[in-house]
Ligand binder design. Structure first.
Ligand code: SF4
Length: 356
């Protein structure tokens, strides 16, 4: 018997719809798409999402969908990038969250510690976020990360938000966007001129790590195919080897990964390293706030990855500064055979964050 197939509802078997969200076109579109799902009207998404005694790991097997309207206060729409996040040298660095939670199930994901629920919330009023970004653009250029706290490209078939962000970026020449993903989906409406300002950032891990810890994510070869397809379409790519995990024989796994990735890219797109299409590479080791780790350990008592005896420094758990540095320096040396140093960004001790 397959318990997952037989005992759980299908994803989004239940849709919770906020009163304010009913009139939005995306709400209607989703209700039509999931016409067989039970629809439950609610006052406020927090009544369901933040209720007590939820079990993240069970909900992850069959997430429900909450359709909500994001508050229209500036602070609730676009957040200044924390000094602890990698800004890739951009001064006016912000991030925004139009969806909370993710279809994938990475064992190390900080969302398990940050949110009380594994159900997905989609804010159907993306226009409100656009308005706030336009207000910021009046003051100067903006660098905005749109796919933290979810994987927007993995959800593109459902919500189409990446397409809308691309269209919005096209209309605003002072805006640069980063969309981080592990998906195998490539946006269709990203022409090469615009691609300079819309960076597709793929997170990559060794196949062994991916199989063991990044549940339900596309394989390494599927991600590489997507990257190649994106490069061929003229897109600008960032590669994120973050978080690096200290698994047994980590050096051989990560050496194999670097070789596999760069051989595949240069075999089909020999110019991508020199023509700027491969914008840069980011490196970081696993780190997470102590508070989140406590909750994740409760959720995943049998995961050797999160039960590892981490060191805690300034409220952040990691392998420890010396080990982190050793791993990143080792990886940097491997990457230097392929890409110049100025295009390799290392997460630094002063940039502690659990974002992946
Ligand atoms: S780490 Fe990223 S891809 Fe994995 S579950 Fe979390 S948000 Fe999704």
């Amino acid at each position: 018997m397959n318990w997952n197939n037989d005992c759980y509802h299908k994803n989004f078997s239940h849709l919770y719809v906020e009163e304010k969200a009913w009139s939005y076109p995306l709400t209607k579109q989703i209700l039509a798409r999931f016409s067989a799902s039970a629809v439950i009207p609610i006052q406020c998404y927090r009544d369901v999402f933040s209720s007590h005694r939820q079990m993240f790991s069970c909900q992850k097997q069959s997430p429900k969908l909450l359709l909500a309207v994001k508050e229209e206060t500036a602070e609730a729409l676009v957040y200044p990038g924390s000094p602890v996040c990698q800004s890739f040298g951009n001064q006016h660095f912000y991030y925004t969250s139009s969806v909370m939670n993710c279809l994938y199930d990475c064992e190390y994901c900080y969302l398990q510690g940050m949110y009380p629920s594994a159900n997905l919330v989609v804010f159907v009023n993306l226009e409100a976020i656009f308005r706030q970004v336009e207000a910021l653009l009046k003051k100067g250029p903006v660098y905005l990360c749109i796919s933290y706290d979810t994987d927007l490209l993995a959800l593109e078939g459902l919500f189409g938000y990446v397409r809308r962000w691309i269209d919005f970026t096209r209309e605003h020449p002072a805006l640069t966007v980063e969309c981080r993903t592990k998906s195998a989906y490539v946006p269709k409406n990203l022409e090469p001129d615009l691609a300079k300002r819309f960076i597709l950032a793929w997170t990559l891990s060794p196949s062994s790590v991916l199989t063991a810890y990044e549940h339900r994510t596309p394989s390494l070869s599927a991600r590489l195919q997507a990257i190649l397809q994106a490069l061929e379409a003229g897109c600008r790519i960032r590669l994120c080897f973050d978080p690096m995990l200290r698994v047994p024989n980590w050096q051989s796994h990560y050496a194999e990964l670097v070789e596999a990735v760069f051989s595949a890219l240069t075999a089909r797109m020999p110019d991508c390293l020199t023509n700027g299409q491969l914008a840069d590479v980011s490196l970081g080791t696993f780190r997470i706030s102590k508070e989140y780790l406590v909750r994740i350990r409760r959720n995943r008592p049998d995961s050797p990855l999160v039960q590892y005896p981490f060191r805690t420094e300034s409220g952040v758990c990691s392998y420890g500064s010396a080990v982190d540095l050793e791993m990143m320096e080792w990886m940097k040396q491997k990457l230097l055979s392929w890409i110049p140093e100025e295009r390799i960004f290392l997460w630094k001790e002063t940039e502690k964050t659990e974002r992946t």
